[in-house]
Write a new protein. Structure first.
Length: 676
């Protein structure tokens, strides 16, 4: 066992990630049990899992929210974040990634690498988070460690290295032998008498991959034909902690096999947090909950500094300062008062009534950037049973939108309508359940519609001279040009400060993204470059709020002159079906406007990869199941937005007054400003 005694931080922050049903929550429960946190491991199916403590999670047997729990193993504290596995709750995974120093990605030995596995893997790599890969369910029928390892190395990374070899498979699985006997525990299998049929090939993969990670090691490997145990151990530990090699372990969590080795690997092969407790405070809010008596609970990862009960804490995102009432460690329904939170640690902070998810606390320089994974592609309208419920429904959804900003609640008071963005049907079911169980409200969600976007049809200018009715004066001229697909909005200003004060220019910069939320067809306008060419204020007549009125009018003037094109969301798919259904499935894909490469035949199955519009796939999984008698396997990934072909039309009803109707827009906006 490699000692960690010399480390300044005997702490780990580790996220547990997986595709749904790969055994993520079961693995977490076994970790809690083996570390002495709970007396008996809970069950996902029975609704007794420690980290699935919400009513909806216990009833449905799925993880909906990321849950933080803390265990101790061999003198080191581990903050574990068990994140949801279903793609509909990808936003929770996204927020968890930001606060992790290391990760465990669980892959099922029976199903192999699945869609969500790849999505999370790419996000982990973009964030540079050191990762262990744990192959679970080795006791399941159909478990194939060699094929699973091949899939991991082919679909995830050639730098994935087995550090164990399983002993037996399916019902005969008895644990795993360590390929590094001086470094990691062996999961209960004696290494003095190797029994694994995969030991030799897996050890070859380990030796070769570690050697390829370093030029000196590669030279030594060529000279001697192998690396020494000391060379392997040292190289593996340092490269794993840097996120350059990805150790692969094997186990069966439901039987408790492989968990101790996994815990050892967390300590030895994943890094401790960095950051000094004496530095200025720097942290991020990554999760929100509400306590009936204590109010809002903000889960905070602190990167630098120290905060204590009754400290005043600056929120850089909101430009506000609030007093901390309590700092607590929350585990499911249990909590304990800590009173202090130091750099590198995670805790629940009470008293931050204005905090929102993603808010940066203190100095923003110490906080890493976030990786956007979840892109809601569907919109739904909420319906309530009686008019008396209307105010309560609005308040409840506003609270849920605080806890999950990607819901992007759109409340239209004039039309008395509520619209939400969602990831899929499971999330819709959970929202209805939460509204009933948590708020006592019966709500229906209408059939989902696809979220389209718009982009410029060409280049041109937008102009506005807002000089009446006085007192007001704001003149703006924008250059608007199409940008590369996926580039979003790029904004800059060339206006001279002597003609338009910087404070006014800053107001315009804030208002341009808002103005582009609704284009000519009612959808968000994206993938464009907007340049403020010139602007003008008046020494006596201009008020800062004049640019709140003028900016949308100038932008919409440009959109009307140039025109917009409709964009639709696309999915990249990977499909495997028995050969006899191949022709029928390909014909169906073409009808759905899908494009795909030449099919690949393998072991009596046809494999297809391509892209397909979201709009044509809303009922595709169900139809595919019927078409292939349940033998089709479909994986989909968001592939960005593409221009709609001619003939596809989609318009959305505009919210509020259209800035093109300038007289009405000015009156409406000025009245709103006056009343506030």
């Amino acid at each position: 066992m490699i000692s960690v005694q010399g480390e300044t931080r005997r702490l780990r922050n580790i996220g547990i990630f997986a595709h749904v049903d790969a055994g993520k929550t079961t693995t977490t429960e076994r970790i809690l049990y083996i570390t002495g946190k709970i007396r008996a491991p809970g069950s996902v199916d029975d609704g007794t899992a420690q980290t699935d403590y919400l009513d909806v999670e216990q009833e449905r047997g799925i993880s909906v929210r990321a849950a933080v729990t803390r265990v101790e193993w061999k003198g080191t504290a581990i903050n574990l974040v068990d994140s949801p596995g279903h793609v509909d709750f990808l936003s929770e995974v996204e927020r968890s990634l930001r606060v992790m120093d290391g990760a465990v990605l669980i892959v099922s030995a029976a199903e192999g690498v699945q869609a969500q596995t790849e999505v999370v893997w790419h996000a982990l790599r973009e964030q540079g988070i050191p990762t262990l890969i744990y192959v679970n369910k080795m006791d399941r029928t159909g478990a194939d460690p060699a094929e699973t390892l091949n899939q991991i190395r082919r679909l995830l990374s050639r730098s994935a290295v087995p550090i164990q070899a399983p002993v037996g498979i399916e019902a005969a699985f008895a644990g795993a032998e360590s390929l590094l006997p001086d470094t990691l525990g062996d999961g209960g299998v004696s290494v003095s008498e190797p029994r694994s049929e995969w030991r030799a090939p897996f050890r070859t993969v380990l030796q070769e991959t570690v050697a390829e990670s370093d030029e000196q090691l590669l030279a030594a490997y060529f000279d001697r034909g192998e690396l020494t145990e000391a060379e392997l151990a040292a190289a593996l530990r340092s490269a794993s902690r840097r996120g350059e090699l990805f150790p692969v372990l094997f186990g069966a969590s439901a039987k408790g096999l492989g968990i101790e080795s996994l815990l050892d690997a967390m300590l030895e092969l994943l890094p401790p947090p960095e950051g000094e407790a004496t530095s200025p405070v720097s942290g991020v809010v990554f999760k929100l909950e509400r306590d009936p008596s204590m109010g809002r609970i903000a889960y905070v990862r602190l990167y630098r500094g120290t905060i204590r009960n009754r400290d005043s804490l600056y929120n850089d995102t909101r430009d506000t300062t609030e007093k901390i009432t309590q700092i607590r460690r929350v585990d499911g329904r249990r909590s304990e008062d800590l009173g202090v939170l130091s750099a590198g640690d995670i805790a629940a902070v009470y008293g931050l009534a204005q905090a929102r998810i993603g808010d940066i606390l203190g100095d923003p320089e110490g906080v890493p950037g976030e990786r956007r994974l979840a892109v809601p592609l569907l919109s739904v309208q909420a319906k309530w049973k009686t008019e008396a419920d209307y105010p309560a429904v609005v308040a409840a959804f506003q609270e849920l939108a605080d806890e999950d900003p990607l819901l992007d609640l759109q409340w239209m008071p004039d039309e008395r309508e509520l619209h939400l963005k969602v990831m899929g049907p499971i999330q819709m079911e959970v929202l209805v359940h939460v509204m009933r169980s948590r708020f006592g409200l019966d709500v229906e969600l209408a059939a989902p519609s696809v979220i389209y976007k718009e982009t410029l049809a060409g280049a041109g200018e937008g102009f506005v001279a807002y000089t009446m009715p006085k007192p007001c004066w704001a003149i703006l001229r924008f250059r608007m040009e199409p940008g590369p697909r996926g580039s979003g909005l790029q904004y800059r200003s060339l206006a001279r400060p002597e003609n338009l004060l910087e404070s006014y220019q800053n107001e315009v910069a804030r208002r341009v993204p808002e103005a582009l939320q609704q284009g000519m067809k009612g959808w968000e306008v994206t993938d464009l470059n907007v340049t403020l060419l010139e602007g003008e204020h008046h020494v006596w007549h201009t008020h800062p709020l004049d640019f709140v009125v003028a900016t949308p009018m100038g932008i919409m003037d440009g959109l009307a002159r140039i025109g917009t094109k409709l964009l639709e969301p696309m999915l990249r798919f990977r499909l495997s079906v028995p050969e006899e259904f191949g022709g029928k499935v390909m014909n169906e894909l073409m009808i759905m406007r899908g494009t795909f490469a030449s099919p690949v035949l393998h072991d009596g199955r046809m494999e297809l990869e391509g892209t397909i519009p979201v709009a044509t796939t809303l009922d595709w999984p169900a139809r595919l199941g019927s078409m292939t008698k349940g033998r089709g396997i479909l994986s989909t990934f968001f592939a960005g937005y593409e221009e709609c072909p001619q003939g596809v039309q989609a318009e959305r009803k505009r919210r509020g007054i259209n800035p093109l109707d300038q007289s009405k827009f000015i009156l409406a906006t000025r009245n709103a400003l006056t009343s506030s």
